[in-house]
Design a protein. Structure first.
Length: 101
């Protein structure tokens, strides 16, 4: 059985505190995947939704509850509500966190 998905992306450039309390920033690439066959998803609409969520933190400071990529992926998935997969990348460091429904 095959399935089709729509995946959209957005960027977050934000600061957070390291485990030792040092404030610094990163660029995170965020990907969210949606089951296309569940209502024939419109990629542009989905991307605008994801960008709207990411804009909450873009060029700002991540709250401590979302300061790690794993937490950020889970938090974005929670706000989206209908994504089945969220990936957060710190590409410059080759680090990835993934959340699956």
């Amino acid at each position: 059985m095959s399935r089709t998905f729509t995946t959209v992306g957005a960027l977050i450039e934000a600061a957070h505190r390291s485990r030792d309390g040092v404030m610094h920033g990163h660029t995170w690439t965020v990907w969210a995947r949606f089951d296309w066959e569940d209502g024939h998803r419109d990629a542009i609409v989905l991307q605008k939704r994801l960008e709207g969520i990411c804009s909450r933190w873009d060029h700002g400071e991540l709250p401590d509850s979302l300061a790690w990529a794993e937490e950020l992926a889970k938090g974005i998935a929670s706000v989206l509500g209908d994504a089945d997969y969220v990936r957060v990348e710190r590409t410059a460091r080759m680090l990835v966190a993934e959340w699956f429904a």
